[in-house]
Design a protein around this ligand. Structure first.
Ligand code: PLP
Length: 259
């Protein structure tokens, strides 16, 4: 049997299995690619929030990356929680040396408000990580943190996209899911514009949506799709996963990857 495309996630572990590395690998399995992982941090986490987080030494991140890339090879990479300026810079440097497309989810804070990135690392995300991204996928909070642009309407999403593109990613997806009404995202490279709309599912169990979208984009890119095709397909996948989100524990449950 021929090997499936290989996709690497560089992200944090969520012990509850809803977000982070665990969501990434589930998404990759569901979308028919071989998922691999470079773990940057370990979180003690459940449906109520993050109870603890420990980042790995940069040396451990570098060694995992080299092990995977030098032997197995990658057709696409996704980054998630990177925890600190040192890890952001380490990962950016490693990615600058690969040809594979890179999806950067510039994870800042969890839905419960737990910090997943040190504030001192924001500048490294802007100047080191975003420039190596093929696609960056910030939500509105992350856009505000990275660029200072506050989005309160669809029209402002275009301003936000321009502000993110100024840091150098080829494409940006501005995730407008926090606005009222339809769940609308804007994908643009500064020339083309794609407005992606989906009906809003009235479901509070949405833990892991951002990780799932970014991993789904990477999985599609690894299969040779163009960025607009990959993001359109990924939006459809995450919308279905949100529709199936289910209660676990006493708090916010995960999206359902099994469809
Ligand atoms: N935990 C880890 C390790 C993550 O990488 C992320 C998001 O990227 C989260 C938690 C946050 O998940 P959510 O905001 O969907 O609850």
């Amino acid at each position: 049997m021929s090997a499936p495309p290989r996709v690497l996630t560089v992200a944090g572990s969520d012990s509850g299995g809803g977000a982070g590395i665990q969501a990434d690998l589930k998404t990759m399995l569901a979308l028919g690619v071989h998922g691999m992982s470079v773990i940057t941090a370990v979180t003690a986490q459940n449906s109520l929030g993050v109870q603890g987080a420990w980042e790995l030494p940069a040396q451990a991140v570098r060694a995992q990356f080299r092990s995977v890339v030098d032997d197995i090879g990658v057709q696409a990479v996704k980054t998630g929680m990177l925890a600190s300026a040192e890890l952001v810079e380490t990962v950016a440097e490693l990615l600058a040396g690969t040809d594979a497309p890179v999806v950067v989810d510039p994870v800042g804070v969890s839905k419960h408000g737990d910090p997943l990135l040190a504030p001192a690392a924001l500048d490294s995300v802007r100047t080191k990580l975003l420039p190596v991204a093929t696609v960056a996928t910030p939500n509105l909070d992350e856009v505000a943190q990275l660029t200072g642009v506050r989005v309160d309407s669809e029209r402002r999403m275009r301003t936000a996209a321009e502000a993110v593109l100024a840091y150098g990613p080829r494409w940006v997806v501005i995730k407008g899911g926090h606005l009222a009404g339809e769940a609308v995202d804007l994908l643009t490279d500064g020339a083309e514009e794609h407005w992606l709309r989906a009906a809003r599912h009235d479901n509070r169990h949405t833990h892991g949506t951002g990780c799932t979208l970014a991993s789904a984009i990477a999985a599609r890119l690894a299969k040779g799709r163009s960025v607009p095709e990959a993001v359109t397909d990924a939006k459809e996948y995450v919308t279905g996963a949100i529709a199936g989100g289910f209660a676990l524990g006493a708090g916010l449950g995960p999206v359902d990857h099994r469809w």
